[in-house]
Ligand binder design. Structure first.
Ligand SMILES: [Zn+2]
Ligand SMILES: [Zn+2]
Length: 396
């Protein structure tokens, strides 16, 4: 284990470790889905109300905002944690396993919430040392479209006057203690497509009297594989996955229709805008060639997370000061994040904190029924976000 640089953020965060673990375990045991985080948000608000100098409000039914006015002039900094869980049946067996069957904190948002509570605690201990105003948003519904961030950005006053925004995601695929930051494109826009192929059903013994939507659907799927491999430059980023193909009821009936669904993920706005046309051309061509008709729907997901360069560079400097050689350049991810909604209104950057540790089996992928975090990552998260709040509050 390498010794980390001694900073005041580091020492104060380390002292909070038992409390961070207690918060995280309580949240892990009591997960709630997006837009239904009633007990979670009540718990967060109750914990915050025990801290001095904070103004705690509820911008939406299940989100919580804590505002701390610093004693020195400066910027308005927004720190964001997401608080929702996923519809997954947990397969872990530790004592604080989910008490709600089929609902689980399998993405680490229990950790994010605990980290931001920790930051609120440190900031509230001495506001005279804080520049500007620090807003801490405990955001609902990151995992459920249209997303809690969208509601907060467009339906509340949260972003009014915000100069800069930051937040973090724990990452089980990075070792505990690592902090990974990247300027520019960081996370993709996760768009969804849905296709219905309308053929003509009939007897499986007489396919010549039918228009078989299964065979046509299979060709649509195969041809969609060429949209990226043959239609997009190797230097651009796009991924297309067909994730759903449903048709038919039994062995001797050719069904009348088939349904397909999948996702397209991009970083670049121009490529993103071209994608629906590229997909529909394949669907139209294949279905027409075989006498079927189709419906095609394309639903934009979250915007891509594109970090503001100067904010990412500041965070990288903070990471080097806080975690030394465990600061690294992040690899972009094709995953999506509604953190991008905040970036439409203020400069900012999102970053990763490693929580993977093979010895603790905390290296399962996110959204896996055995996902968990190395709780040592909570301290790293607090020291980073606390130091970021102090530094960004001072201005550019
Ligand atoms: Zn997730
Ligand atoms: Zn997540």
């Amino acid at each position: 284990m390498t010794t980390l640089p001694r900073t005041s953020a580091g020492e104060r965060a380390a002292a909070l470790a038992p409390q961070l673990t207690a918060w995280r375990r309580h949240l892990h045991q009591h997960p709630e889905l997006g837009f239904a985080e009633h007990e979670t948000s009540a718990y967060i608000a109750a914990e915050l109300s025990r801290l001095p100098h904070l103004s705690v409000t509820r911008p939406t039914a299940t989100s919580v905002l804590a505002v701390l006015q610093g004693g020195k002039p400066g910027q308005t900094v927004l720190l964001r944690a997401d608080i929702d869980a996923l519809p997954i049946l947990e397969e872990n067996s530790f004592e604080f396993v989910s008490s709600v069957p089929g609902v689980m904190h399998a993405c680490g948002h229990d950790g994010h919430t605990s980290i931001l509570l920790g930051v609120a605690r440190l900031l509230s201990e001495d506001p005279s040392q804080v520049n500007g105003q620090i807003r801490m948003i405990f955001q609902h519904a990151e995992e459920s479209g249209p997303g809690g961030a969208e509601e907060l950005v467009h339906g509340t006053e949260l972003m009014s006057g915000v100069d800069v925004v930051t937040g973090l995601h724990l990452n089980s695929q990075l070792p505990t203690g690592v902090v990974a930051v990247k300027p520019g494109a960081f996370m993709a826009a996760p768009d969804v497509f849905r296709v219905t192929i309308q053929g003509k059903g009939g007897h499986a013994a007489h396919p010549e009297e039918t228009v078989d939507p299964i065979v046509i659907g299979a060709q649509v799927i195969t041809n969609l594989q060429q949209v990226v491999s043959r239609g997009v430059s190797a230097l651009d980023n796009m991924v297309l996955s067909v994730t759903y193909f449903h048709a038919g009821t039994t062995h001797n009936v050719i069904p009348g229709s088939a349904e397909l669904m999948g996702t397209v993920r991009t970083f670049d706005a121009e490529l993103r805008s071209k994608a629906p046309g590229m997909l529909e051309r394949v669907v139209r061509g294949i279905t027409e060639a075989h006498g079927a008709t189709y419906t095609f729907a394309y639903e934009p997901g979250y915007r891509p997370v594109v970090n503001t360069d100067w904010v990412a560079e500041r965070l990288m400097g903070i990471a080097r000061a806080e975690v030394g050689d465990k600061a690294q350049l992040a690899t972009p991810s094709m995953g999506g994040e509604d953190f991008s909604a905040y970036l439409t209104r203020a400069p900012g950057a999102y970053f990763n904190v490693g929580s993977g540790n093979a010895e603790l089996e905390s290296d399962y992928p996110h959204h896996h029924p055995r996902f968990t975090i190395d709780e040592a990552s909570l301290v790293t998260g607090v020291r980073m976000l606390y130091a970021a709040a102090l530094e960004l509050g001072k201005g550019e």
